[in-house]
Design a binder for this molecule. Structure first.
Ligand SMILES: NC(=O)c1ccc[n+]([C@@H]2O[C@H](COP(=O)([O-])OP(=O)(O)OC[C@H]3O[C@@H](n4cnc5c(N)ncnc54)[C@H](O)[C@@H]3O)[C@@H](O)[C@H]2O)c1
Length: 286
């Protein structure tokens, strides 16, 4: 999608962090933006700030866990702008502990936001993108879609693997059908946002998980990573804009770490194959 100016972009999780940076970046590039978030006050503040800069934007309080809410978000976008070209399924949360200590409701919350939120976004917006000359779906996964060595993070890691897989399936299907809708998946390592404070959105009925040794170790590691390698969310948003313009699937804000993670897995898989079984030469089929 060469031209962003005059297009309509919908961003979930737009009141903070990567989502807010995406909304700012699209607006600055001349798009009309629909900001969606579960947190009303920060959402209103983000909308006001963009309007004060002269951008045409609206805000719609949305809980991406709810198919009905995401449908109403799509309807609000259509009522305001008459079409949608870009949808960013970005809202996400994180919670966890050692596997045996994670309540079922925590699994459900993290999967409902991180995975089902993306499913609802893709299902509700795909028909609207098809009505345009071209469109683009952006799903926010994480480096955690490639790396499983993250103590206390099982629900988050599983949800992000699922977002990665869903995005690849969708991209493949749209390319096979020669549709003019691109798909990108974002897989960042540490980005300087409020993600460490994601439990602020923990719904009623989901108990606070007492941080155990694994969780404390994760928090310490994450704080270090943020300090040493944390990217500004605007950097990620700029890379997303470029991926939309060039119809690139992978957005890898920390490319060396992402590729190293994939190579580690490939080596473990190759190690699991008995000697002499692997065919010689290029075996890629994609
Ligand atoms: N920050 C990082 O280091 C990092 C790394 C990899 C991936 N990510 C992913 O980036 C995405 C954005 O997170 P962020 O880092 O900007 O964190 P953030 O906490 O700053 O922003 C997340 C936003 O999602 C919103 N949200 C939470 N639950 C919601 C719901 N049910 N419905 C709608 N909105 C909801 C929050 O209110 C918040 O505004 C997430 O999917 C996260 O998993 C973040």
């Amino acid at each position: 999608m060469d031209r962003i100016e005059g297009r309509v972009a919908v961003v979930t999780g737009a009141a903070s962090g990567i989502g807010r940076a995406l909304a700012n970046t699209f607006a600055t590039a001349g798009a009309h933006v629909v900001l969606a978030d579960i947190e009303q006050e920060p959402l209103d503040a983000a909308v006001q700030r963009l309007r004060a800069e002269g951008h045409r934007v609206i805000g719609v309080r949305t809980d991406v866990r709810s198919q009905g809410d995401v449908r109403r978000l799509a309807e609000a976008a259509m009522n305001e702008y008459g079409g949608v070209h870009i949808v960013c399924n970005n809202a996400g949360v994180s919670s966890g502990a050692s596997f045996s200590s994670i309540p079922l409701s925590t699994w459900e919350w993290v999967m409902d936001v991180n995975f089902w939120g993306v499913v609802h976004g893709c299902r509700e917006f795909l028909p609207l993108l098809r009505d345009q000359d071209e469109g683009h779906v952006v799903n926010t996964a994480s480096m955690s879609a490639l790396v499983t060595q993250a103590p206390s993070m099982s629900p988050y890691v599983c949800s992000k693997f699922a977002v990665h897989a869903l995005s690849e399936c969708l991209d493949h299907e749209l390319r096979m059908a020669d549709e003019r809708i691109g798909v990108s998946v974002i897989m960042p390592g540490p980005v300087l946002t409020r993600m460490m404070d994601a439990e602020r959105n923990r719904p009623d009925g989901v108990p606070a998980v007492e941080p155990d040794a694994a969780r404390r170790a994760w928090r310490d590691g994450m704080s270090d990573a943020m300090r040493n390698r944390g990217l500004p969310p605007e950097t990620v948003a700029g890379q997303v804009l470029d991926a939309i313009r060039t119809r690139r699937f992978f957005v890898l804000p920390h490319p060396a770490e992402a590729l190293a993670a994939v190579e580690r897995r490939l080596h473990r898989m190759k190690d699991a194959v008995p000697a002499g079984v692997l065919p010689v030469g290029d075996t890629t089929t994609d």
